[in-house]
Design a protein. Structure first.
Length: 59
C-alpha cells in the first residue's frame, strides 16, 4: 500500500475526489483515506465501526 492508496479498495485516491479521515485533537493523525464517500461507507460497514456506537445530544 502506498501513500495514495484507498484504505478500502486500494485504488489511487488522487484519481478521484478523496475523503480523508483524521483522529485526535490539535495534531491529528490520519486514520484513513478513501476514493469517495462510497468507499468510506463500505469500510465502516465491513469493519463494523458503527456497531455499538450512538450519537447523543444533551439539550
Amino acid at each position: 500500500m502506498t501513500e495514495s492508496d484507498c484504505t478500502y479498495c486500494g485504488c489511487d485516491v488522487t484519481a478521484h475526489s478523496p475523503v480523508v479521515v483524521e483522529e485526535g485533537w490539535g495534531d491529528r493523525d490520519r486514520a484513513g483515506q478513501f476514493c469517495n464517500y462510497g468507499c468510506l461507507a463500505a469500510h465502516v460497514e465491513r469493519e463494523g465501526l458503527a456497531t455499538g456506537t450512538s450519537c447523543r445530544v444533551d439539550l
